[in-house]
Structure formats: structure tokens, C-alpha cells
Design a protein around this ligand. Structure first.
Ligand SMILES: Cc1cc2nc3c(=O)[nH]c(=O)nc-3n(C[C@H](O)[C@H](O)[C@H](O)COP(=O)(O)O)c2cc1C
Length: 361
């Protein structure tokens, strides 16, 4: 199992596993991958170098590299993410009730761009199924932290969306180290409208009001789109500070196509390498607008330690990836951590928190 995690694993993945998976429909490849990973035993990953450990919004992370939302929507492979060495995994988007998502096809590879486009629309088994798996996982000790990413059902009318978030918080808060409010998927009609400050306020109040009595309130983060203009981004940041939200996840996928041009005629959200600069700009914008007072999880286009450190220097305290692992394989986690520890030392940073926002100083 350990051999799944070194440089040899990346070679193996690039030579044999990726060519096999890439011959399949992207969604089938994803389902097979998750089915295989769900069989992983609950073993510990090798310990991380101490300089990668970091404490953010009061939670101690063994390292700053996390799995982005969408890879494990139904909390099926928690042991695998831990074994691969992630410092945390953001599971979901979880919706209150099960739903099928958008009609297929709904996921495409842009292999030359090292990118994906998806318009999945939150297919998932719903919060009860997730709760059952989280309950089992909670009985096992692990170093990795868990974020839970919440979203509304597609058929929930706009005036009841806050109630969906409340239902999720009521049922799942106890299993989360932190909670992410997803209001930025481009694939659920109208969801991005919930990035308006008054609607964020409503959702935050609903979640806080729903935290079960006696349960420890969990850090609350808002996940935003990379397609906001400066005024919208600043308004969200002001609202986040005002509401004492604990952090911002920047960013979700983009509807923009300028970085891939005409090679991408598919509808939905673009992720991977072409998103990197756009995400980094948003991270920098959020960092400037919040004065570093709330944490940023930087996500978008990360496939190397240089990419991760770039997002950290722009203002992120933690980082996540999804598409980079589709192209780089599971060995990418150990590789990025190893290189990140070296890069930190070379650039004279003693910790991740010292590097956070360094580009803005
Ligand atoms: C196939 C796919 C499904 C995704 N599903 C979700 C989701 O359910 N919820 C969410 O907040 N983000 C979702 N995302 C967005 C990722 O969490 C991430 O924000 C985005 O892909 C940028 O990171 P990357 O370039 O490392 O992939 C999804 C991304 C992909 C590629």
C-alpha cells in the first residue's frame, strides 16, 4: 500500500493506469476509481514533516494539502484520502435528499490543457447515506481532518434554500472539522445568486441556528466562484468579516473559456491548469480585502508544490486539488508535500503560516 504513494506510483499511474482510465468515459473512470479507493484499509499515512503542520481556524492540520470537493461527494473513500497523505478532505457537495444530477454526458477531459469541464449538478446519495458512512469513519482515529461541503437540492425553491443548509448542519455538523457553504457551483441553476451578501447572511444564520444544542459550533467557510467581479468579491469579503465567518474557499470552477479557447465547446465549470491564474487572482483579492483576518483555502489548478506555494503566497493558509490528481495520479499528494517542504526551506519560510500572503507583503 505504501508503494502507492512514492514517485514510482506516479510513473505507474502515468504509464498504465491513466491510459486505461482515459480510454473510458470520464464519469465511469471516476466511479471505478472511487469504488477501488473505497476498499482502502484504515491505515495511517507516513508522518508528515513538522514544518508542514499548521493550525487554521483553531483546527490542527498535519499538512496543508487537501482533497477538493466533488471527488468524493458521498464520503465513500475517507480511509483512502487519509492513507494517501492528505492533510484534510473536503467531502461533498452533500445535499439533503438524494438526487440524480444533470443528464449525461456531463463531464469531459481536455487532456492537452490538463483540464476538466463538468456540469454534474450535485448527483449524490443525500445526507442520510453520508451520515452513515461518516458515523463509521468517526470511530477510527486518523490524522486527516474532514471538511463537509453543503449544497441545496436542485428542486428546492430559492426561498427554502437556507432551510436545506440548516437541515444539513443539523444532521452532519457533528462529523465535520469545518463546514463549507457551496454557493458557487455553476451547475445548479440560480445557486451563484446566493453569493449576494444578504443571502449569505441568511444561510449563515440558518446554519448557526441549526447547530444541535450542546454541539460544538464548527468553523464555517464560504466557497466562491472565480468569476465574481471585484465589487462582488469585496462585498462577500465585507459580509464574511461582518458575520465572523471563519474562511473563504477560493475558488470553484470557472465558466470562462479564454484560457482554453475553442478547444472547449462543452457547457459547465472548467477546472485544472487553465484555472490556476484566475483562482490565484481571486485568492489575492480576498486576502487584500480581508486583511488576512480570515483564512483562505486556495484551490484551482494545483498540480505541483510550486503551484501550491503560489496560492499560499497569494494568501491561502490551506490548499486543495482535484483535477491535478486526475492527471497526476494519487502519488501527487506525497510528491507535492515532499517538494513543498523543500521549497519552504529554500525560500526561508519556517512554516506555512509564514508563507501565507508573502506575495502581498
Ligand atoms: C468533476 C468535478 C466535480 C466537482 N464537484 C464539486 C462539488 O460538488 N462541490 C464543490 O464545491 N466543488 C466541486 N468541484 C470543484 C472543485 O472542488 C474545485 O473547486 C475546482 O475543480 C478547482 O480545483 P482543481 O483545478 O484542482 O480541480 C468539482 C470539480 C470537478 C472537476
Amino acid at each position: 500500500m505504501r508503494s502507492l504513494m512514492g514517485p514510482a506510483a506516479s510513473n505507474l499511474y502515468a504509464r498504465f493506469i491513466r491510459p486505461f482510465l482515459f480510454r473510458l468515459d470520464p464519469e465511469l473512470a471516476h466511479r471505478l476509481t472511487i469504488a477501488a479507493l473505497s476498499l482502502a484499509p484504515p491505515l495511517a499515512a507516513p508522518a508528515d514533516p513538522p514544518e508542514l503542520a499548521t493550525t487554521v481556524f483553531g483546527v490542527r492540520f498535519p499538512n496543508p494539502l487537501g482533497l477538493a470537493a466533488g471527488m468524493d461527494k458521498d464520503a465513500r473513500a475517507i480511509a483512502a484520502w487519509n492513507l494517501l497523505g492528505f492533510g484534510f478532505a473536503e467531502l461533498g457537495t452533500i445535499t439533503p435528499r438524494p438526487q440524480p444530477g444533470n443528464p449525461r454526458p456531463r463531464m469531459w477531459r481536455l487532456a492537452r490543457d490538463r483540464a476538466l469541464i463538468n456540469r454534474l449538478g450535485f448527483p449524490g446519495a443525500g445526507m442520510e447515506r453520508a451520515a452513515a458512512r461518516l458515523e463509521r469513519a468517526a470511530r477510527r482515529s486518523r490524522a486527516m481532518r474532514l471538511g463537509l461541503n453543503f449544497g441545496p437540492n436542485k428542486d428546492t425553491p430559492p426561498e427554502r434554500v437556507a432551510e436545506d443548509y440548516a437541515a444539513l448542519a443539523r444532521r452532519l455538523t457533528r462529523y465535520a472539522d469545518f463546514i463549507v457553504v457551496n454557493v458557487s457551483s455553476p451547475n445548479t441553476p440560480g445557486l451563484r445568486d446566493f453569493q449576494a451578501p444578504e443571502r449569505i447572511r441568511e444561510i449563515v444564520a440558518a446554519i448557526r441556528g441549526a447547530t444541535p444544542a450542546g454541539a460544538q459550533p464548527r468553523p464555517l467557510l464560504i466557497k466562491i466562484a472565480p468569476d465574481l467581479d471585484d465589487a462582488q468579491a469585496d462585498a462577500i469579503c465585507a459580509c464574511a468579516l461582518d458575520e465572523r465567518v471563519d474562511g473563504i474557499v477560493a475558488t470553484n470552477t470557472t465558466l470562462a473559456r479564454e484560457a482554453v479557447g475553442v478547444s472547449a465547446p462543452y457547457p459547465g465549470g472548467l477546472s485544472g491548469a487553465p484555472l490556476r491564474e484566475r483562482s490565484r487572482k481571486m485568492i489575492a483579492r480576498v486576502y487584500a480585502a480581508t486583511g488576512g483576518k480570515i483564512a483562505i483555502i486556495g484551490v484551482g489548478g494545483i498540480a505541483s508544490a510550486e503551484d501550491a506555494l503560489g496560492h499560499i503566497r497569494a494568501g491561502a493558509s490551506l490548499v486543495e486539488l482535484y483535477t491535478g490528481m486526475v492527471y497526476g495520479g494519487p502519488g501527487i499528494v506525497a510528491g507535492i508535500k515532499r517538494d513543498l517542504a523543500r521549497l519552504l526551506a529554500r525560500e526561508g519560510f519556517r512554516s506555512i503560516s509564514e508563507a501565507t500572503g508573502a506575495a502581498a507583503k
